[in-house]
Design a protein around this ligand. Structure first.
Ligand SMILES: [Zn+2]
Length: 118
């Protein structure tokens, strides 16, 4: 991942949303570096070399868009969980198939730390 061409660690459905967020952030802060852009718990995470209220607002908005956009194809989607792997992703019904079931996050505040990884 480089400053000029950040790598998106997520499905292509979110790339247009991230493109916009990255462009907006660069408009306010041309010197900011994108350390990591990835999907986590069905939401979008953008890590920058420094932050500001503008950056935080843009990232929050992009995350909100991603949470209702299929990560695979960009159609409207919602959070789904894969029972076998305990993964959460945002997908549309078409991409989800039978393996992924509707899933709603617990209320904010009850969020646990990242479990395990792998
Ligand atoms: Zn889809």
């Amino acid at each position: 991942m480089t400053k000029d061409n950040p790598y998106y660690e997520c499905g292509e459905g979110w790339h247009p949303i991230i493109d916009k967020a990255v462009a907006k952030i660069r408009k306010y802060h041309p010197d900011v570096e994108f350390l990591q852009i990835k999907e986590k718990f069905g939401g979008l995470r953008i890590y920058t070399s420094y932050t500001s209220p503008a950056i935080e607002a843009i990232i929050e908005l992009a995350d909100e868009f991603c949470e209702e956009t299929c990560e695979q194809c960009g159609k409207p989607g919602n959070l789904r969980m894969n029972g076998k792997r305990s993964w959460v992703k945002t997908m549309c019904a078409e991409c989800a198939g039978d393996e992924w079931v509707d899933y709603s996050f617990p209320e904010p505040g009850g969020q646990k730390g990242e479990s395990g990884g792998s």
